[in-house]
Ligand binder design. Structure first.
Ligand code: JB2
Length: 207
């Protein structure tokens, strides 16, 4: 099996690791984490900080996944990792349902119970977290995070690095701008501008 290095060893990395193990397409070779105290991730060993990555690449490990939950951090670290010559792989849980007509980029995590429906686009570095639902014709921008249990109806657009909070619901055709944050449990019934925070039912912009 093709070896893959995980970048990061926190809570998100645990779930990514188990999705990779369950899918059985890649063999986790270890992880890098900036915290030297972080020595073990569910039986996987620390290979060093990110300064170890050039050596790992030279040793023949060519695949990586950036398992960091923060959207901007994940995007920045992914640029660095790609710059070192790694190819980013996807961690797709076999307990997720991904439509054959959906288009997936690279470095994506789709967790158990998630659904990605027909003709949706999932850009690089997106997290479709546990039990999140993306219905048909959605467009999810680079390094966005759809948190556990959120629901996007058909034709929703989510901008790059946006966060749709846990349990939030978004009605059909709405656009959520780049970097916007949707609070947990919010009901989004109109477009949300880039960089805005929207909370509540129905969701209102935080002033
Ligand atoms: O630049 C980095 C870096 N920055 C932080 N490179 C590497 N290799 N590792 C880095 N880290 C490490 O990421 C930290 O030392 C820490 O071990 C880990 C972050 O762990 P934490 O559990 O705080 O966050 P997370 O990003 O794994 O998970 C968050 O996001 C998920 C989506 C949490 O909020 C989770 O609850 C959430 N499910």
């Amino acid at each position: 099996m093709t070896p893959v290095v995980l970048i990061g060893a926190g809570g998100h990395a645990k779930v990514v690791l188990e999705a990779i193990r369950a899918a059985g397409l890649y063999a986790p070779a270890g992880f890098t984490d900036i915290d030297p105290a972080c020595r073990d991730l569910l039986g996987l060993a620390r290979l060093g900080g990110d300064e170890a990555l050039p050596r790992l690449r030279a040793d023949g490990i060519a695949h990586a996944i950036v398992a960091l939950g923060g959207n901007a951090l994940r995007r920045r670290v992914a640029e660095m990792v790609r710059g070192l010559g790694f190819t980013l792989v996807n961690a797709i849980s076999p307990a997720a349902a991904v439509s054959p007509s959906a288009r997936l980029g690279q470095g994506i995590a789709v967790m158990a119970g998630a659904v990605v429906n027909a003709d949706s686009d999932i850009a690089d570095l997106v997290i479709v977290n546990t039990r999140a639902a993306v219905d048909h014709d959605c467009r999810i921008g680079r390094a966005a995070h759809l948190a556990p249990g959120c629901t996007l109806a058909g034709g929703v657009t989510v901008g790059a690095e946006a966060l749709v909070g846990t349990g939030a619901a978004v009605i059909p055709g709405v656009t959520i701008g780049d970097g916007a944050v949707i609070g947990a449990g919010a009901a989004v019934v109109r477009n949300i501008p880039a960089g805005a925070t929207a909370l509540g039912v129905p969701a209102r912009l935080r002033r």
